[in-house]
Design a protein around this ligand. Structure first.
Ligand code: ADP
Length: 571
């Protein structure tokens, strides 16, 4: 880059053409891609496991996120490099499919690439490495099936489910309360699960949170909680015709307004604004079809029109038989007043996700135009009431008794937004784990036990392979060690010593459940420590990591990204 001046003395900057930079090709290109991927995965290594470090990240607008969740860290990191982005995608896929194990999968991919680099240095062709990795992955998956344990669970006996969720939560900021939270997650999942079909619709579990209170105040609610209140607080006084108002419960806590409790609610869910169409002033001058008001009469007539419009809307709602209107948009005082006069309580500014959840649970159809509203499109809830949580004065709506009402809400409390967000992310992971277990109740043991066992199996299988692929298979076996190594390192244990000791014991004692004793519990047997992970999740980790690695090795070879500008020369 250099500074120059034009004929008038104005400065301008000349940027050297990217074309003139040196480019790397072939194996060099593969290697430089690997470097980029390694850098990304190294960031996550220190976050792995129960003693992993949380990361504090600052977003572009200055807000801060503290997290231990691999997918979230990568998402916030704004990785620019194309290959680095592949790893970000990798953790996203794991998150999407399984919901947990996002750190592990990225660390594993990084290790596989690091090993591949050594093999490339030794002159082994990228395609042969990819081939060897594929073979090794198959062996590892088979081994996972062999060492997997199964357990039975039902609504009364869900201890194993709880324990597996606890393993997930133990590495998170909420680890202190893992038992209570794990129980909550399992209850929530079982509440919405179809145990016969082994299916869980996680959309029915809503994770909600509000700043205030303590983590211990986090509660599971059998229904939907909306962080909204009814638009007119005095409505309760007037609404007597078709709603029963009970003035009990929470008035003491809030002290203000009339508590509201609507029963047998017929709910209209609207995505159309409760507003008369407003003349758009910015079009007025240029297009000539705006509204020009030059006299009081004109103003009055416009006002009348507006009111008429409104009355019509409210009437359409009433005609349909709705006793509560839930709106995606806001409405002004005028509308509020009219609604109140018509005994029609309403909730405004309800987000899209909540609307869908409400529609699903109450059986309502989301209505985009007032004209389309009719009784068939209304949803039903046995009760809608305003409640307040803990000591705060904010009020929320609790909606219960819906026909498809298996919907539940976990309502998270905490001292600040960062804490609540991270708790939500952690609970999401635990919910996914419980869901995965309902779908498939096989587990493998954690603390690196499963990885070490796979590593031994792959190593043994490599000896049977005559070709060059055997080197790649051994490299794969070594890469698997990254998980126990990182777990040990993050717990302050000597990594190599711990790994060798446990691996030797696994071999000698034939016990695939031995892992790294991160919490100094006094035993390496993960069965005794109750450290499990789902078989599905572990398999997915290995498959995805292998896949992305193969992709980086192959794509580069075929020349799609075979040509990279050297990283040090980016401008
Ligand atoms: P991920 O995002 O991949 O789930 P985590 O930070 O949650 O990453 O770490 C998960 C790893 O930590 C797994 O390998 C799991 O077996 C291990 N782990 C969790 N709890 C323990 C524990 N108490 N002792 C040993 N290892 C544990």
């Amino acid at each position: 880059m250099s500074l120059a001046f034009d004929e008038y003395g104005r400065p301008f900057i000349i940027i050297r053409e990217q074309e003139k930079k040196s480019r790397v090709k072939g194996i060099e290109a593969v290697k430089s891609n690997i470097q980029a991927a390694k850098a990304v995965s190294r960031v996550l290594r220190t976050s792995l496991g129960p003693k992993g470090m949380d990361k504090m990240l600052q977003g572009p607008d200055g807000d801060i996120v503290i997290t231990n969740d691999g997918a979230t860290i990568l998402e916030q990191m704004e990785v620019e490099n194309q290959i680095g982005k592949l790893l970000v995608e990798l953790s996203k896929s794991q998150d999407h499919e399984i919901g947990d194990g996002t750190t592990g999968v990225t660390v594993m991919a990084g290790a596989l690439l690091e090993q591949a680099e050594t093999l490339l240095d030794r002159g082994i062709h990228p395609l042969r490495i990819a081939e060897g990795y594929e073979m090794a992955c198959k062996v590892a998956l088979k081994r996972l099936d062999e060492i997997a344990a199964t357990f039975e669970h039902d609504a009364d006996n869900n201890e194993e489910l709880v324990k597996t969720c606890m393993t997930t939560l133990s590495s998170k900021i909420v680890g202190r309360h893992k038992r209570e939270l794990a129980e909550m997650c399992v209850k929530a999942v079982l509440a919405v699960a179809d145990l016969e079909r082994k299916d869980v619709n996680l959309d029915l579990i809503k994770l909600d949170g509000k700043v205030g209170g303590r983590l211990e105040d986090t509660a599971l609610v059998n229904g939907i909680v909306l962080d909204k209140d009814m638009s007119h607080p005095q409505a309760g006084v007037e609404l007597t015709s078709h709603m029963h108002i009970t003035a009990k419960e929470e008035s003491a806590a809030t002290g203000a307004g009339m508590p509201k409790h609507l029963q047998d609610v017929k709910m209209a869910i609207l995505t159309c604004p409760f507003e008369p169409p407003k003349p758009k002033t910015k079009h007025k001058a240029s297009r000539g079809w705006g509204v020009d008001i030059s006299s009081v009469e004109q103003f009055e007539s416009l006002r009348k029109q507006e009111q008429e419009y409104f009355r019509n809307m409210v009437q359409l709602c009433k005609d349909s038989g709705a006793t509560l209107v839930v709106c995606q948009w806001g409405f002004d005082d005028e509308a509020n007043h009219l609604l109140m006069h018509n005994d029609l309580p309403a909730v405004r500014w309800v987000g899209g996700v909540e609307l869908e959840l409400l529609a699903l649970a109450t059986g309502a159809r989301i209505v985009p135009r007032f004209q389309e509203l009719n009784s068939a499109k209304l949803g039903y809830a046995k009760s809608v009431k305003e409640i307040s949580f803990g000591t705060t004065r904010d009020r929320m709506l609790l909606i219960e008794g819906m026909p498809n009402s298996r919907a539940v809400t976990i309502f998270v409390r905490g001292g600040n937004k960062m804490m609540i967000d991270e708790t939500k992310r952690s609970l999401h992971d635990a919910l996914c784990v419980a869901r995965n277990l309902v779908r498939d109740n096989r587990i493998v043991y954690g603390g690196g036990a499963a990885e070490m066992s796979c590593s031994l199996a792959v190593e043994a299988a490599a000896d049977q392979v005559p070709g060059v692929e055997q080197y790649a298979m051994r490299a794969f076996a070594d890469a698997l060690d990254i998980i126990p190594l990182s777990l040990a390192e993050n717990s302050g244990l000597p990594p190599i010593e711990s790994l060798t000791e446990v691996k030797t014991r696994q071999m000698r004692e034939g016990n695939p459940y031995l892992g790294i004793d991160c919490n100094d519990a006094g035993t390496n047997d993960m069965r005794q420590q109750n450290v499990f992970e789902t078989l599905m999740g572990k398999k997915q980790q290995l498959m995805l990591a292998t896949q992305v690695c193969k992709m980086i090795l192959k794509v580069t070879h075929f020349g799609w990204i075979d040509d990279v500008i050297k990283p040090s020369e980016y401008e």
